[in-house]
Design a protein around this ligand. Structure first.
Ligand code: DC
Length: 221
């Protein structure tokens, strides 16, 4: 089988990873893999308080889950058990559930296997929290996007407003900060840039500027 090519984009909640990953994947004509959606879909399917279950109950439930990926660029479709993952997972509440299950080694081990198996079959732009550090440590192109909490909450606010789901900006700021804290401080695979990642502070950059920096990184390396 031909070698696959992996580009990793990591970073905190609301920094614009998905937008950039889709755009870059379109440019490279490969699928993008939203690993946050995998954690969200697992949390959604297991349900509230599943993060308090014991390991063997979690293991049994996870053993039945199967992810599939098709399409390229923004038309990439990630499915769980033959059903495309939809917008039901896109709330800040499910984001927090995802962050909760993401602290559990049994969940991370299961998703690591699923993510690496997709990476063996497809070239990918893979975005998440630990793509460059844990899942694809040998990826030739690694990026870490960052921005202040205030700016990320502002972007999320505008995104939700555009989608017809207005939210309270101060509340978003608080939720993002809480999720960041948990993601950065967990014992297993905490959010941090890989030593060989290109770190881009996007606080005062627009989308076109961030995309240009990513493209330059991919082309130069
Ligand atoms: O990227 P996102 O906001 O959709 O991710 C939801 C949560 O899933 C995030 O707060 C932490 C977890 N996550 C993770 O631990 N590792 C990843 N590679 C992706 C997401």
């Amino acid at each position: 089988m031909a070698e696959t090519r992996i580009v990793t984009i990591d970073g905190p909640a609301g920094v614009g990873k998905s937008t950039m990953a889709k755009q870059l994947a379109r440019e490279l004509e490969i699928p993008y893999l939203d690993t946050g959606a995998m954690f969200r879909a697992v949390a959604w399917k297991l349900g509230q308080d599943s993060w308090e279950w014991n390991e063997s109950r979690l293991e049994r439930a996870l053993a039945g889950f199967e992810f599939a990926l098709s399409g390229t660029g923004e038309d990439s479709v990630l499915s769980l058990d033959d059903t495309p993952i939809g917008d039901e997972i896109r709330t800040e509440q499910v984001g927090m559930w995802a962050s909760n299950v993401a602290t559990l080694p049994v969940v991370r081990t299961f998703l690591k296997k699923a993510q690496q198996s997709l990476g063996e079959r497809f070239s990918l732009v893979a975005e998440g929290r630990d793509m460059g550090t844990v899942i694809f440590p040998d990826a030739p192109h690694k990026f870490f996007l960052d921005a202040s909490v205030k700016e990320r909450a502002r972007r999320r606010f505008l995104q939700l407003k555009e989608a017809g789901r207005p939210a309270d900006e101060a509340e978003l700021r608080e939720q993002i900060a809480r999720r960041d804290h948990q993601d950065r401080n967990r014992a297993v695979a905490p959010l941090r840039p890989a030593d060989d990642a290109v770190v881009i502070d996007t606080t005062s950059l627009n989308k076109a500027q961030v995309f240009e920096a990513l493209l330059k990184g991919v082309r130069d390396a």
